[in-house]
Ligand binder design. Sequence first.
Ligand code: ADP
Ligand code: MG
Length: 385
Amino acid sequence: MTTNPIIQFKNVKKIFDDNGQVVLNDINFELESGKFYTLLGASGSGKSTILNIIAGLMDATSGDIFLDGERINDVPINKRDVHTVFQNYALLPHKNVFDNIAFPLKIRKISKAEIDRRVLEALKMVRLTGFEHRRIQKLSGGQRQRVAIARAIVNRPKVVLLDEPLSALDLKLRTEMQYELRALQQKLGITFVFVTHDQEEALAMSDWIFVINEGEIVQSGTPVDIYDEPINRFVATFIGESNIVTGIMLDDYLVEFNGKQFEAVDGGMKKNEPVEVVIRPEDLQLTLPDEGKLVVKVTTQLFRGVHYEIIAVDELGQEWMIHSTRQAIVGEVIGLNFEPEDIHIMRLNETEAEFDARIEEYVEDEVAEAGIINAIREEEVDQEV
Ligand code: ADP
Ligand code: MG
């Protein structure tokens, strides 16, 4: 059984009239109910514009937006079953916590007893029981953000939109709130669409990430997909630190870089196609120079708490970053090792659609042979029967 997407964008474009800037260029996605989605991108990439179009705070220039199967382009804000949490909380400063949370219920003319029940339940969920009479001005930043979240969920909307809700908080509180928001989303089973420019936050919290750049979705997938198989240099550098070098894909499973050939696990490209090669710092192992696939000289080393961050340079002058629990010595010549599966190959200028199509075709080719063998076996079994 397939269920309707809770939110769908079909060919959504946004151009601002005043300057003709294309802020969203043909955005398409389907969001499943009950999942935690993140829009990840640098400032100005168009994340808030997407949220505002879902909420009804902005109109799309063209394209269709669906909420739970219904086209909502012309549905007013207050008739959309979504609620937004903003970075600046947008609370009513002179009202107390209870009245702020009760606000969306009061405008819907719900009975007082029911309002009391739901507000207290929402307060409990954000761990603010007992704070109902506190004034907003008397609350810390973290507590205010909790009130804003309680207000967003009190009405049990179909979708909660969160626009960089944690970026005003200090690191410790932000990490704590990341856990809480994730737990709350799972408990409620409401779809969350969360916006951040912080890669670690996106990787830690999401079921599914959309990486946005200049008004386009450049890649989407699970956090592991995106971290392990970035489709291009933009995504690779945006999602954490990486070593990226140019190379040539000589054949399936065989790549050349740094003037040497290496076994890899990628394929489906043209012979001798120029590519970019990504190796994560944590996938490089320190070894003796004559046992390493690469030989490098250590230039700097920093202790980062969990690991040492080592920068070393190879004979071609290319820098490599290594994360290792082992220590190196500045000036020392060392070997670096890595496994074929640690080499991630990116085609130049490949779009997400091309990437998906190539992987699919390639995997199909790979299983085709196995498939033929299975078909022969099935036929044999049929004949025996
Ligand atoms: P993000 O949330 O990813 O930082 P936004 O969606 O807020 O990005 O903005 C995307 C682009 O649209 C930016 O270049 C911004 O300057 C522009 N923009 C946003 N709102 C307006 C507006 N009301 N009028 C004109 N341009 C806007
Ligand atoms: Mg924004």
